[in-house]
Design a protein around this ligand. Structure first.
Ligand code: NAI
Ligand code: MG
Length: 364
């Protein structure tokens, strides 16, 4: 069996961190990664748009659909002003490949915690990626007291169910992977737990449907209900608890906008943007993507932190059925961070992208 990965570095430091991630994937020893890996280089991005008039070429989409099992996306330099004919390729990719959940792990490593104190944060946030307020059905009106505006919020059973399904199946998948870590090194709670975020005390119809649907996924599956604990958290107290006791959370599942806010907030708990990975996940495809942007201020200098991209590559492996290989990468990264020697400037060090990548490869 072979695993084919599409590589879409796109713009800026995407062109530095995606090759770094590839290098780490290629360094996996074959007893850990039993399948042959092959890579397909693909175009997209703002620079590509400036040359060719399209940001996400059909050729790239076709290659992904026809010959790839998953992909890695770097970052795109989307302009802040409107540019005629341009739309963000990563947003397009999520739509066209039906990547309906955005998955973001938030993990503290020794070097990652800004305060230096070691708290074992190991959360996985699952954000529904297709509806909620982000359907962008906004309207402006004229009323007796002047202008006002309204926005529609859509919550469906269909989208809530698949987000819930993703959360519970990932909770189990995480647990299986964790079982491979020696007992003495485990920092997490004994049983997997899913926290359902909502605000159905106020929005009883929309968030009510979300809550009920996600709960029904749990109660309707005996494996989930026997192996996983669930809890509910109103979104406002979720933020409060997350800052007070982030180590209390395991998998967190939230509607689109709550998930957006919680996941950026959670990233602040563990330090630099250069460390935080994500994956855009659908039933048939996964695109790993570092959370950061194209970082034009440091692009081309070989100082971008490649760890977010490397961890995103591990997420891709985890999702395509190579949990042991993913775990090996996570642990190599942790070790590299813990050594404290090999840090890029965003973490206060002097190491280059190349040096950090080589260190991780060596630890594999
Ligand atoms: P940014 O994430 O590119 O950079 C913010 C700050 O973090 C910069 O100082 C940068 O040097 C630093 N940084 C980011 N990643 C780093 C890494 N791996 N290692 C070391 N330092 C890192 O966000 P910014 O500056 O707001 O946006 C720049 C461009 O990126 C914009 O065109 C924006 O549209 C795009 N962007 C794209 C995203 C994507 O592709 N999904 C997400 C966010 C922004
Ligand atoms: Mg966001």
């Amino acid at each position: 069996k072979a695993l084919t990965i599409g590589l879409i570095p796109a713009d800026g430091i995407g062109r530095e961190v995606i090759p770094a991630a590839r290098q780490v994937l290629e360094a996996l020893p074959c007893d850990i990664m039993p399948s042959r890996l092959s890579f397909v280089d693909l175009d997209a991005g703002f620079e590509y748009f400036q040359k060719h008039g399209v940001a996400l070429p059909e050729k790239t989409l076709e290659a992904l659909k026809d010959s790839c099992d998953g992909a890695l996306f770097g970052a795109v330099s989307s302009p802040s002003h409107k540019v005629a004919g341009y739309s963000s390729p990563i947003v397009g990719l999520r739509k066209k490949m039906d990547l309906y959940a955005n998955v973001r792990p938030v993990i503290s490593g020794a070097a990652a915690t800004a305060s230096g104190e070691k708290r074992a944060i190991d959360m996985l946030i699952i954000r529904e990626n297709t509806e909620c307020l982000y359907i962008k059905e906004e309207e402006q009106h004229e009323g007796p007291n002047g202008k006002y505006a309204t926005a529609k919020r859509r919550i469906s059973e269909f989208a809530s169910r698949r987000a819930g399904e993703m959360a519970f199946s990932m909770a189990l998948q995480r647990e299986n992977m964790r079982q491979q870590v020696p007992l003495a090194e485990r920092t997490w709670k004994a049983r997997p737990k899913v926290t359902i975020v909502h605000k159905s005390n106020v929005l009883s119809v929309t968030d009510g449907l979300w809550r009920e649907t996600v709960r029904s996924v749990y109660t309707g599956n005996s494996e989930y209900s026997s192996k996983i604990d669930i809890e509910e958290q109103l979104v406002d107290s979720m933020v409060y608890r997350m800052f007070r006791e982030p180590e209390a959370f395991d998998v967190v599942v939230a509607p689109n906008m709550y998930g957006d806010i919680i996941s950026d907030g959670a990233a602040a708990l563990v330090g630099s943007l250069g460390l935080v990975p994500s994956a855009n996940v659908g039933d048939n495809f996964v695109v790993g993507e570092p959370v950061h942007g194209s970082a034009p201020d440091i692009a081309g200098k070989n100082i971008a932190n490649p760890i977010a991209a490397i961890r995103s590559a591990a997420m891709l492996l985890e999702r395509t059925g190579y949990g042991s290989a993913a775990l090996a990468i996570y642990r190599a990264v942790d070790k590299a961070l813990e050594s404290g020697q090999i840090k890029t400037p965003d973490l206060g060090g002097k190491a280059t992208t190349t040096k950090v990548t080589e260190a991780v490869c060596k630890l594999l």
